[in-house]
Design a binder for this molecule. Structure first.
Ligand SMILES: Cc1cc2nc3c(=O)[nH]c(=O)nc-3n(C[C@H](O)[C@H](O)[C@H](O)COP(=O)(O)OP(=O)(O)OC[C@H]3O[C@@H](n4cnc5c(N)ncnc54)[C@H](O)[C@@H]3O)c2cc1C
Length: 497
């Protein structure tokens, strides 16, 4: 099957029987359930962009295997131009939601592409694993699968590793290996988008290289409908209203779930890494996956910052506050964030280089800087929206008010300098959904954490960035004796001066 349409994605979900729980109940048909149907429609809309005559050529490429057009986010880049093509494709998807969908399928398509290109990394544990990851990539590309992933062990006792928790199977671990595959028991948190087709269960939390940690070291991917796999969701942040009332939550509430493995059998052909702690700890960086994922993330961040600049500027314009100096300063601050994201992205492509597997890989330092700075930039932009919108964020009647018996009153008292009441209400409802609703608050914690704990990411940058040349330059500067120092006698200062 080539690049899918939205309809094909939805029909594919209906064919699967997964175990998703929400509010104490098991969901039978996610595509019909109010907590999931809207995000499913939005993912479907992304797939439809692959067939839209206006975007099709930028969204797809010809598969090297089938000769059919497949999603461009699966492309293995060999040149810098390829990276630019992929970024353009990803930007179309990110713009669709104003950057509010973290799990648009391109994010993990970039990961599985990189793992497959670096399949020999997995093959050094067992040659079958290299074949497995290559075949899985081809399957995901040719079937245009939508993937989610889960990396983190349950947050029970962070002062101990997975083997020293209250229960050895609190964190998902290997129970045994059989002729058919590997049996997994325990939990992982978190998986955003539990309505994806398949889940990548990959390493992330750093494990110690001890015998006890080896059962927690693995990478595999399985259908979300695999027997024994359970998703326990939080409550939905989509209150079920109209797009007028909840412009973002009603479309892009992706949902997060804790993933439980009740003796899940992972077939051997889906195993990519097993029991090799060191190889698991380094997997994302050694395969280049982290750089390709960050390329997608910074593209999404660019789209998100552009969207927020648009919302903030429309507020400023609507209520005519543009003459105030601090307002200009706040808008300027968002512009600086936007331009820095754009510059980091360009730098990562301009300085891209082929890795040891011949994959053109975006430069890591600018992407690392961008992803880490954004964890602080995003909450700052949300604060700016709150400070600009002020009480307008609360003066936001619903569609029912706008269309009900109070319509004329609403039209009079909710008008703005440069917007009629309905347009002003729609704008402020959007700003509220970005900056204050439960959907908006989740976006803030998402941006802070989804790519990892910002504290430990800073520690990783500190540990890996080569600062020696700069230290050496300063040492040389301190040691430098300028000609003037040698030739001129020192200035004598009398005690009385
Ligand atoms: C909205 C949202 C969606 C997410 N979606 C996904 C997803 O789809 N897939 C996925 O795999 N993950 C997902 N995550 C999880 C994300 O990867 C983690 O939040 C992140 O890696 C941090 O881990 P943690 O939440 O377990 O925090 P913890 O590790 O429990 O940290 C809690 C606090 O303790 C501190 N701390 C803990 N250990 C250390 C240490 N060793 N050194 C210094 N400080 C420490 C942290 O700095 C933090 O302040 C999501 C998270 C959020 C918030």
């Amino acid at each position: 099957m080539p690049a899918r349409t939205g309809r094909q994605f939805i029909d594919g979900l209906k064919d699967q029987s997964r175990e998703v729980w929400i509010g104490g109940e098991r969901v039978n048909d996610v595509a019909a359930h109010p907590a999931f149907r809207n995000i499913i429609r939005s993912i479907a809309a992304l797939y439809d962009l692959q067939h839209d005559p206006a975007t099709r050529d930028e969204m797809t490429y010809v598969s090297p295997a089938s000769g059919e057009r497949v999603g461009l986010s699966f492309l293995t880049p060999r040149t810098r131009d390829d990276l630019v093509r992929v970024r353009r494709m990803m930007k179309h998807w990110a713009d669709y939601s104003g950057g509010m969908m973290g799990r648009s399928p391109d994010y993990l398509n970039r990961a599985i592409m990189a793992f497959a290109a670096a399949a020999d990394y997995c093959g050094q544990i067992d040659p079958r694993f290299a074949d497995n990851v290559r075949s899985y990539y081809a399957l995901a590309r040719e079937r245009d699968l939508c993937l989610t992933h889960t990396l983190i062990n349950p947050q029970a006792n962070r002062s101990e590793g997975p083997s020293a928790q209250a229960d050895p199977y609190l964190a998902a671990g290997i129970v045994k290996e059989t002729g058919d595959g590997v049996l997994i028991r325990g939990a992982r948190m978190l998986a955003t988008l539990p309505v994806a087709d398949e889940i990548m269960v990959f390493p992330s939390t750093l494990l110690r290289g001890t015998e006890e940690d080896r059962p927690y070291a693995f990478a595999f991917a399985i259908p979300c409908s695999t027997r024994g796999l359970k998703f326990i969701c939080r409550e939905t942040f989509d209150p079920g209203g109209s797009t007028f009332d909840h412009p973002l939550a009603s479309r892009f509430e992706e949902m997060d779930a804790v993933v439980i493995f009740e003796d899940v059998l992972v077939p051997w052909e889906r195993v990519f890494l097993l029991r090799d702690v060191e190889r698991c700890n380094k997997a994302f960086s050694a395969t280049g996956a982290v750089a390709h994922m960050a390329h997608q993330v910074v593209t999404k961040n660019l789209a998100k910052t552009e969207f927020i600049l648009g919302v903030a500027s429309l507020i400023v314009d609507a209520i005519a506050i543009e003459q105030f100096q601090h307002v200009q300063g706040k808008i300027a601050e968002i512009i600086y964030y936007l331009e820095s994201m754009r510059a980091f992205l360009r730098a990562s492509e301009a300085d891209a280089a082929a890795d040891r597997w011949g994959v053109m890989t975006p430069a890591w330092p600018p992407l690392d800087a961008a992803r880490n700075l954004f964890t602080g930039m995003y909450p700052k932009m949300i604060e700016i929206l709150q400070l600009l919108g002020a009480s307008g964020m609360m003066a936001r009647p619903t569609k029912a008010d706008v269309e009900g018996p109070m319509r004329q009153v609403v039209e009079k008292y909710y008008q703005a300098a440069r917007a009629n009441a309905v347009d002003r209400i729609k704008l402020f409802r959007l700003a509220w959904d970005v900056a204050l609703s439960s959907f908006g608050s989740r976006q803030v914690i998402y941006e802070r954490f989804f790519f990892g704990d910002p504290v430990r990411m800073q520690m990783a940058t500190f540990g890996s960035y080569d600062r020696q040349p700069y230290m050496q330059r300063v040492r040389a500067f301190l040691a430098r004796e300028d000609a003037a120092d040698v030739e001129q006698p020192p200035v004598r200062v009398r005690a009385s001066e």
